[in-house]
Design a protein around this ligand. Structure first.
Ligand code: BTN
Length: 245
């Protein structure tokens, strides 16, 4: 995939722009980057605070040719790419299902993958927010967040991060699209996550809360939980929190 970058000083949301351009027919590989977002979006309709230059705000258009059941794995493949990028900058992150990147249990990056129908077929947009600095975050977010600057003690090299991230994204997307891609993607994700199995968690879903121990990833990327009542629940959407023993 050839990546072509379009830069904005400010925009509402790079994901919204990428979705609109995908609907207008843009090719796979279009990458929208902004220095500031006035309406950055997180998962579950939350706001993604996007002060100027405090984070990397990037969205990539894909036109996946994988079976529909495996589409949720795009978000796992992107998580692996962000994990690899952070490790290039000497940051050892953890992947919390479905796609929070944590360092010492504090969030350093998040991913919002969205799909849309277009005249050229289904398109997916992978939106990635990475905290570059978190000095000016509102206090309630700052205490649960970290940033590349804080973890490395240096001002981050934004251009190098973008280059590393885009090449990791292209590589992990190619892996997902190739033979045996879904299995390889799940394995790569699980290798980098302490949440894939054996973690005691509480999951808040649209229709309730369950607690139990994580028990692996389903073929389509869903999370299996062995509940305290002894059943296995398969989670397709929800917020996972670690419960301290
Ligand atoms: C989350 O953890 O809730 C996902 C956050 C995703 C934020 C990124 S920033 C770039 C892209 N544009 C958006 O509006 N959201 C994503």
């Amino acid at each position: 995939m050839k990546i072509s970058i379009v830069n904005f000083e400010t925009i509402d949301s790079t994901n919204t722009e990428a979705l609109n351009r995908a609907r207008a027919g843009s090719d796979e590989g279009l990458c929208i980057i902004a220095r500031h977002q006035s309406a950055g979006r997180g998962r579950h309709g939350r706001v993604w605070v996007s002060e100027k230059d405090a984070g990397l705000y990037l969205s990539l258009v894909l036109r996946p040719r994988i079976e529909a059941q495996f589409l949720p794995l795009i978000t796992l493949a992107a998580g692996v790419a962000v994990h690899e990028t952070l490790s290039e900058f000497d940051i050892a992150a953890d992947l919390k299902w479905v796609n929070d990147l944590l360092v010492n249990e504090k969030k350093i990056a998040g991913i919002l993958a969205e799909t849309t129908e277009t005249k050229r077929g289904l398109a997916a947009v992978v939106g990635i927010g990475i905290n570059l600095t978190h000095q000016n975050f509102p206090p309630e977010i700052a205490e649960r967040a970290t940033s590349i600057e804080f973890e490395t003690g240096r001002a981050p090299d934004r251009e190098r991060i973008i280059e590393t991230l885009n090449s990791a994204l292209a590589e992990r997307y190619a892996q997902l699209s190739a033979a045996d891609g879904p299995r390889l993607t799940r394995n790569e994700w699980a290798k980098r996550s302490t949440f894939a199995s054996g973690k005691i968690v509480r999951v808040t879903m649209p229709d309730g809360i369950i607690s139990g121990t994580t028990n692996g990833i389903e073929d389509n990327g869903a999370l299996r939980i062995r509940t305290d009542a002894g059943n296995v629940a398969v989670i397709h959407a929800g917020d996972v929190e670690m419960i301290r023993a």
